[in-house]
Write a protein that binds this ligand. Structure first.
Ligand code: 2PG
Ligand code: MG
Length: 425
């Protein structure tokens, strides 16, 4: 493969209308790659730091400093590297930044650059991204987790739980999983209008949930699955992202809707009652990022029944995943590129998850763009599962639709990751 010849960064806008970083790379052979940084709203405190300008403009969220850093430092440092040397390039980026949390050049600058390099390499190889990263490995399209209601930080805390999602557990193809979810999403909207609680959509395209309790949301979700003609828990299961770090700290959880203040044990009791009552197959961040003891206790109590996913708790960090595995906290890891900050570190986290028998779910952020790289990576890295938000709004649909194209394309993956990929132990 050939060397990197040109690097150019610009400011574009994400799905919330906020500035973000885009990087274009051109190789000597003329191959092109483009990387775009997504942005989270409910962020783990140990994630790679975004570099934002501060000040009055765009609520302090401008990224011109990050973009200047790419032009001034990253572009010259990249010249001379062969575009296929992803690991060496990422190691150089980490050293160049020089901070533990990537705060000097910015995790947003680094991930956009790292992804642009990967795309350019795939382009130069003449392969779709998923096939390029898969190499000779037989890989499968991921099982989707799709949001029906958005809550928490994505809907002004209208309900405590952040993501009420479904997983089409009886689907035998990616396209069929989407068809089934489309019916559930449609019927959920109808049921909400009938109850007079329809208020548009939240940040990731899920219905904005004007419910009076978290349980009401799950009751309506079960009714929506039935109205769509499916058997809850057989054809379609519920996946929740509690995003508990948003309302819990130091072993205390404040649930606004239920008007309750719970300690770790009471929070676990509540979640276990939900698991008994509803067809839940996966729960993400059930306890806050600082509640390791709670996470271990909950995994012990529920890990044989449901998938327990660490997001803020594991922040796509191989060392944190290894430490959690040694203590029995969680049985699955969410994998977000911008939490890690480079492609190589993201892949290391995914490999650590697999090595410890954890399931892995490649995930988008609440602030997204038209970029569809994560669908290719979830497929090519054989992650097993994919979460990109709801079944509406084009920054989400672009990704689901790309999965359909991969499944339908000439050079197909070996199949579809069915419900057996869901972790239980
Ligand atoms: C999450 C994501 C996606 P955010 O918590 O898993 O739902 O949200 O990007 O805001 O962290
Ligand atoms: Mg989460």
């Amino acid at each position: 493969m050939s060397r990197i010849e040109a690097v150019h960064a610009r400011r574009i806008w994400d799905s919330r209308g906020r500035p973000t970083v885009e990087v274009d790379i051109v190789t000597e052979a003329g191959a092109r790659g483009r990387g775009i940084a997504p942005a989270g709203a409910s962020r783990g405190s140990r994630e790679a730091m975004e570099l934002r300008d501060g000040g009055a403009a765009f609520d302090g969220k401008d990224v011109m400093t990050a973009i200047a850093g790419i032009g001034r430092e990253i572009a010259p440092a990249l010249s001379g590297f062969d575009v296929s040397e992803q690991a060496a390039i990422d190691a150089m980026l980490i050293t160049l930044d020089g901070t533990a949390d990537k705060s000097r050049l910015g995790g947003n600058a680094l991930i956009a650059t790292s992804l642009a390099v990967l795309h350019a390499a795939a382009h130069e190889a003449g392969l779709p991204l998923w096939r390029y990263v898969a190499g000779d490995e037989a890989v499968r399209l991921p099982l989707p987790q799709i949001q029906i209601f958005g809550g928490g930080a994505h809907a002004e805390r209208r309900v405590d739980v952040q993501d009420f999602m479904v997983i089409a557990t009886s689907a035998t193809s990616f396209a069929q999983a989407l068809e089934m979810t489309a019916e559930v999403y449609l019927h959920a909207g109808k049921l909400m209008r009938k109850r007079g609680v329809a208020q548009g959509v939240a940040d990731e395209g899920g219905w904005w949930p004007a419910f009076s309790s978290n349980e009401e949301a799950m009751d309506v979700l079960v009714a929506s699955i039935e109205a769509a003609g499916f058997v809850p828990g057989v054809d379609v299961g519920i996946a929740l992202d509690i995003a508990a770090s948003e309302f819990g700290k130091g072993g205390q959880y404040t649930l606004g809707l239920d008007n309750a203040r719970l300690d770790t044990d009471a929070m676990i009791e509540k979640l276990l009652r939900w698991i008994e009552r509803y067809p839940i197959v996966s729960i993400e961040d059930p306890l806050s990022e600082d509640d390791e003891a709670g996470m271990i206790a909950f995994t012990r109590a529920a890990g044989s029944k449901v998938q327990i996913v660490g997001d803020d708790f594991l922040v796509t960090n191989a060392a944190l995943i290894e430490a959690a595995a040694s203590k029995g906290a969680c049985n699955a890891a969410l994998i977000k590129l911008n939490q890690a900050g480079t492609v190589t570190e993201t892949l290391a986290a995914l490999r650590a998850a697999k090595a410890h028998g954890y399931a892995s779910i490649v995930s988008a952020r609440s602030g997204e763009t038209e970029d569809v790289a994560i669908v290719h990576l979830a497929t090519g890295w054989n992650a097993g599962q994919l979460k990109v938000g709801s079944f509406a709004r084009s920054e989400r649909m672009a990704k689901w639709n790309e999965g359909i194209r991969i499944e339908d394309g000439g050079e197909r993956p070996a199949g579809f990751a069915c419900a057996s990929v869901l972790a239980r132990r």
